[in-house]
Design a protein around this ligand. Structure first.
Ligand SMILES: Cc1ncc(COP(=O)(O)O)c(C=O)c1O
Length: 386
């Protein structure tokens, strides 16, 4: 048989950072000196109570499929988390447990939009938004967001895009990847009410909630009952590979998302769901807050030392664990520059092209979720070559 022609919809961009990761692994094999500043995941394991819970459930449960929308104990723990953290009246009926927020994102998009729908997102932004939308036949409307709006959408920017051609949805992330910036509370509420008034679905990616360095992040659920919230245990809870996320869904989307998830995934991993209930215990929260304390120390270190690299153009991150830096004085090809930096120093950095196909060649994303010593050493090495 001649080679199979893949579908047109599958022709989406790969994550360029994966190429950096591959090159970094090769560098580690040959030199053993690699420092990863390109990853978007904590280096720490799940909190202790989760690890204890997983051992116990392995012995006590057959771990078959669970109910499609998630085990009730976990859905209730997630709802209680919203009530206690944000003081919003979430009930477990609104919560659907997904396979990471990524799994939830696909089913929500499928349930909410038909092919050809237009969904706005900030550029720079998390690349999977754009790629997943495209694969589903939905049109990503990337809106340039520069330093003036701290790389975030505003009502004014949305109105402009909506006037050109009506939008059906808007994705926001606050804190965002790759910039770590928050949408100011007033603007967030304004975006939510604009979406309601225009009948545009607001999707709020809240995966970096819990990791903030000043004001806490605001949940869309506090300003809108119409919004979809996407959450995950991946970042604050340090559980990327466990693949547990959730959606908070407005009434009209609950049944369709549930049915789609049942067909596409059956359920989120059972072992992870049972163990995840313990992620919301006070002991887990204490342990996880210590990670955030370390990110805060790393952030200070980075902000203090970035000028040594000549980097003075970036938005200080309000949350997450990234700094998105303009390196245009060093290169106009950030992918090539990151490859060179890895080759000369063993430090792996993410090029901006993943997050912004238009201006990303002038930017890099530095991740500061590793150890403070590694970060300090990485900056020493970078200072030596710029
Ligand atoms: C902004 C953002 N949203 C969603 C995800 C997906 O995370 P997960 O599927 O692990 O919940 C990531 C992962 O890096 C991210 O940075």
């Amino acid at each position: 048989m001649s080679e199979w022609q893949p579908s047109l919809r599958s022709a989406v961009e790969p994550f360029h950072v994966m190429e950096v990761m591959r090159a970094a692994a090769a560098r580690q094999q040959t030199h053993g000196d690699m420092i990863l500043l390109c990853v978007g995941q904590p280096s720490t394991p799940a909190p202790r109570p989760v690890l204890d819970a997983v051992h116990a459930v392995l012995e006590s449960d057959a771990l078959g499929y669970t109910v499609g929308d998630g085990i009730p104990a976990l859905r209730e723990a997630i709802a209680a988390h919203y009530r206690s953290t944000y003081d919003v009246p979430v009930t477990m009926d609104e919560v659907l447990v997904s396979t990471g927020s990524s799994g939830g994102f696909s089913t929500v998009l499928l349930a909410a939009f038909d092919p050809g729908a237009r969904v706005a997102m900030a550029r720079p932004g998390y690349p999977a938004y754009r790629n997943t939308l495209r694969a589903l036949g939905i049109q990503p409307v990337e809106i340039d967001c520069g330093p003036a709006t701290r790389f975030q959408l505003t009502v004014e920017l949305l109105e402009r895009a909506h006037a050109e051609a009506p939008l059906d949805g808007v994705i926001v992330a606050s804190p965002a990847n790759p910039t770590g910036t928050l949408i100011a509370p007033g603007e967030f509420a304004a975006i939510a009410s604009w979406c309601t008034s225009q009948r545009v679905l607001l999707l709020s990616d809240e995966i970096y909630h819990g990791i903030t360095f000043g004001a806490a992040a605001q949940t869309a659920r506090a300003v809108s009952e119409d919004a979809v919230v996407l959450g995950s245990l991946s970042k604050f809870w340090s559980m990327t590979g466990w693949r547990v996320g959730w959606n908070l869904l407005p009434r009209g989307l609950r049944r369709p998302v549930d049915v789609l998830q049942g067909n596409l995934a059956i359920c989120a991993p059972a072992v992870s769901q049972y163990a995840a209930v313990a992620a919301f215990s006070p002991e887990s929260t204490d342990e996880l807050r210590r990670h955030v304390d370390r990110y805060a120390v790393n952030r200070e270190l980075l902000l203090r030392r970035l000028p040594e690299l000549g980097i003075d153009s970036f938005a200080p991150p309000d949350g997450a664990f990234y700094a998105y830096c303009d390196v245009s004085y060093l290169t106009d090809d950030s992918k090539q520059w990151c490859a060179e930096v890895l080759d000369r120093t063993g430090v792996a950095i993410a090029p901006g092209v993943d997050f912004d196909p238009v201006h990303g060649n002038r930017f890099v994303r530095l991740s500061f979720c590793g150890t403070t010593d590694d970060l300090d050493e990485a900056i020493d090495r970078l200072v030596a070559i710029v």
